[in-house]
Design a binder for this molecule. Sequence first.
Ligand code: GDP
Length: 296
Amino acid sequence: MVFQGLADRLQQTFSKLKRKGKLTEADVKEAMREVRLALLEADVNFKIVKQFIDKVKERAVGQEVLNSLTPGQQVIKLVNEELTELMGGTQSKLAISSSPPTIIMMVGLQGAGKTTTSGKLANHLKKQNRRPLLVACDIYRPAAIKQLQVLGEQLDIPVFNMGDKNSPVNIAKAAVEHAKHHGNDYVIIDTAGRLHIDEKLMDELVAVRDNVSPDEILLVVDAMTGQDAVNVAESFNEQLSLSGVVLTKLDGDTRGGAALSVKSVTGCPIKFAGMGEKLDALEPFHPDRMASRILG
Ligand code: GDP
């Protein structure tokens, strides 16, 4: 499970704290030193780790905590609260347009899970009795169009496709018109990815954005890539002003640093987590539940 290493270490640290009963300032400092190491090992951005530890320490050495009957529990509660805050506080829901269709543009590097996540998201919406339309805008890889079509067939969700002879801007615009005429209340645009960020890709994504004014621009990032995922998110956000992030492959044994850093570094909330290859393996991201999972 993602975060297993972090969870194991924190739980170990905290069971020591709990056993102690009364705590001194030195005990709290020692525990925070261990939390700091655990977070760094989980690949959390070091600046964020520092801020996090400073915050918890400041709150934890207060007399209220140290003099309480269960100081260990109080410290754990603080860590839980701050971890939740770090991951965005409350759950950040998908936008909904007051004049349908709601347009969701999916962006990300090749291999991050963009096409799969587009399908999963459409499936998620369909289960809520929505009528999503998937749009194939990755014109550079014929296989990507095919992949989306196959997903659409599996899920019984329509896929809008104009082949690879039209520009992504034209395809996206035509898809929105199509949705309006066919009662689709969500349009999910699967855009092209590259192995690395390049200017041409960004220009194209900006052009699509400017032409269809999406309600959501969701960046799909692979949590397995650790801090790289955070750097990718920063770059995409600078150019496109993202509305949210989907972290994929959280089912793997990733160290989890990306999940803990991305909101704080980019300001973009994590809206969903990909938990597997299957088409129902997408979960709305709940910071509080994730924090509780880490702390056991
Ligand atoms: P794209 O190039 O960004 O469109 O990436 P794809 O959607 O083709 O996904 C790349 C690979 O990642 C595929 O083998 C997917 O099955 C896999 N994948 C996507 N999301 C997840 C996830 O949440 N967990 C796991 N384990 N695999 C995933």
